[in-house]
Design a protein. Structure first.
Length: 560
């Protein structure tokens, strides 16, 4: 069998057709390919399955359904795996430094396997936070016909008659340390908050990015909001498998979908739903990979004109499964589109425009999750970009809840997350303080840890409405309050955050979009130059490589 060329000019023909490819075909026969398969579209199914986190533990079965859909459409699926690091599990430890690094490894591995096997198309399966942008970054680098399928949200837990998520457990730790709940109550909460597979249940990073990619047309509309254990997940997985073969036949590449206008749609979806600050980091990185001109300032421009209309945790009342029942992401997008806040004519992976995808969105009777544009939760979106003498290149702050618009207070400086967490747990933080956590940036971490342990402890201790925090690290999507992350330049790169000392007066002015300290520029620069980088034990290997290559958070913290 030498294989005869098809009408389609498939990339995979280089791998499997002709006399000289007999050895490759021989090996592929050993994994199940047969005579009729050579010459068909080869579809890579990149799975981030792992049993180390509930966010991804169900993706093995999801992958099987995707492959069945590929076969039904006349393609040949070849599944391979990549990694996932759980933010929620590693949070508060040195293991958290590996999380953002894993995004690059996911992208690198998908790119490498895709190039090596000449896949004609790709379906990538994601779950935990960094696997979502990581899979799409890999798709962007390859620029083949492809789509991303999100594994879906976990169901909410039940505690004392209320829906709870992992956010409640993190905040419960702080509440227990402050004596606001008992150890027995915390134990009970721990046991019920995560009832099964799926990603963390609020509009945290995973669900934010899933929302963004439906809005961008990278995922089929309605596929991401289907919860992880919903019976409908099999249908959307099979449809994704069939759809990628159709993409190959139409020759629609992923960068044809990921245009500047689609990025603007994604940002609008993030800010309208009170999404994670991490969306800024990930979309900047993805724009870099997609050769799309996007800057950190664009997020503030779009957020200013886009009302917050989805009442979702952590700033709101409802969880991701509630949004699905209400009408899904399409309901949010339809409202934004009717208000002239989206580009409706952009193409999506289905081949239909965004307008066509959302025009028939069904709203559940009596739903309270998504507001009308005429009655928004806030007149502006949930993310703001601050600049000033502490963040010349910018920083990110979420205002999806009831955050103050102005705060001035004395700095409490900590060289790393552990010092700050201990201070909160010991009760030494006072109302009005501004916690400054530095040395946790992309290079300084290295790896730019999330600070949910600290921010949740602050909330749990009852200080969420009275203190501020700024860091060159980043936050979980579950973080809420006056918390400015991604401060750039970071401390180890000579950023002004390195010059802050205990007692300096820090000013958050949200209306003016500034983050500043009451010091003259020369004094702040002199202090930053005098600051010495705390020693860290970093083994040689991936972390050292990452620190040497990574860009500023204001550029997406990319390594390519």
């Amino acid at each position: 069998m030498t294989g005869l060329p098809q009408k389609l000019p498939l990339i995979s023909h280089q791998l499997v057709l002709g006399r000289d490819r007999a050895a490759a075909r021989s090996m592929l026969r050993a994994v199940g390919m047969e005579d009729g398969d050579f010459g068909k579209p080869l579809i890579g199914v990149a799975n981030t399955w792992t049993d180390t986190t509930p966010c991804n533990s169900h993706l093995r079965e999801l992958g099987q359904w995707v492959k069945e859909g590929v076969r039904e459409a006349g393609g040949v699926p070849l599944e391979f795996n990549t990694i996932a690091v759980s933010d929620g599990i590693t949070m508060g430890t040195s293991g958290m430094t590996t999380s953002l690094v894993s995004r690059e490894v996911v992208a690198d591995s998908i790119e490498l396997v895709g190039r090596g096997y000449f896949f004609d198309g790709l379906v990538t399966l994601s779950g935990c936070d960094k696997t979502i942008p990581g899979t799409v970054m890999g798709m962007a680098r390859l620029n083949r016909p492809s789509l991303m399928l999100y594994g879906g949200s976990i169901q909410p837990g039940k505690y004392k008659g209320k829906d709870v998520t992992i956010q409640d457990v993190f905040e419960g730790i702080g509440a227990c340390a402050a004596g606001r709940i008992t150890q027995d109550e915390l134990d009970e909460l721990e046991r019920v908050a995560c009832p099964g597979p799926g990603s963390c249940g609020g509009q945290f990073t995973a669900n934010t990015m899933a929302t963004v990619f439906e809005a961008m047309g990278v995922s089929a509309m309605g596929s991401g909001s289907v919860p992880a254990v919903d019976l409908d997940k099999e249908r959307v997985a099979r449809e994704s498998g069939r759809l990628v073969v159709d993409l190959v036949e139409r020759g629609l590449k992923i960068r044809d979908v990921m245009t500047r206008q689609s990025f603007e749609n994604g940002i609008a979806a993030a800010v309208a739903t009170g999404g994670s600050t991490n969306s800024v980091l990930h979309l900047l990185a993805l724009a870099h990979e997609s050769k799309v001109d996007l800057s950190i300032e664009d997020f503030d421009v779009i957020s200013k004109r886009t009302p917050l209309i989805a009442d979702l945790k952590p700033g709101g009342r409802f969880v991701a499964t509630d949004l699905h029942k209400a009408g899904g992401v399409a309901l949010v997008l339809k409202e934004l589109l009717e208000g002239g806040l989206l580009h409706g004519d952009v193409i999506t992976v289905t081949g239909r425009t965004l307008r066509e995808e959302v025009e028939n969105a069904e709203e559940a009777q009596g739903q309270r999750v998504v507001r009308a544009l005429s009655e928004p939760i806030k007149d502006q979106g949930g993310l703001v970009i601050l600049k000033g003498n502490l963040a010349p290149d910018g920083c990110v702050l979420k205002i999806a809840g009831h955050e103050r618009m102005f705060h001035k207070g004395p700095a409490r400086v900590f060289e790393g997350e552990e010092e700050a967490f201990e201070a909160v747990q010991s009760g030494s933080i006072r109302e009005g303080d501004v916690l400054v956590i530095r040395g946790e940036g992309p290079c300084g971490g290295p790896g730019m840890r999330e600070m949910l342990g600290v921010t949740a402890a602050i909330a749990g201790a009852g200080l969420g409405e009275s203190v501020g925090l700024l860091t060159d690290g980043r936050f979980s999507g579950a973080t809420h309050g006056l918390m400015a992350g991604h401060v750039a330049p970071e401390a180890v790169k000579g950023g002004p955050i390195a010059g802050i000392r205990n007692g300096d007066q820090i000013v958050f002015d949200i209306q003016a979009r500034t983050l500043s300290v009451d010091l003259c520029e020369d004094e702040l620069k002199r202090r930053a130059e005098e600051w010495s980088i705390p020693s860290k034990e970093i083994d040689s290997g991936v972390m050292t490589k990452y620190a040497a290559l990574v860009s500023s958070a204001a550029k997406g913290a990319t390594t390519s």
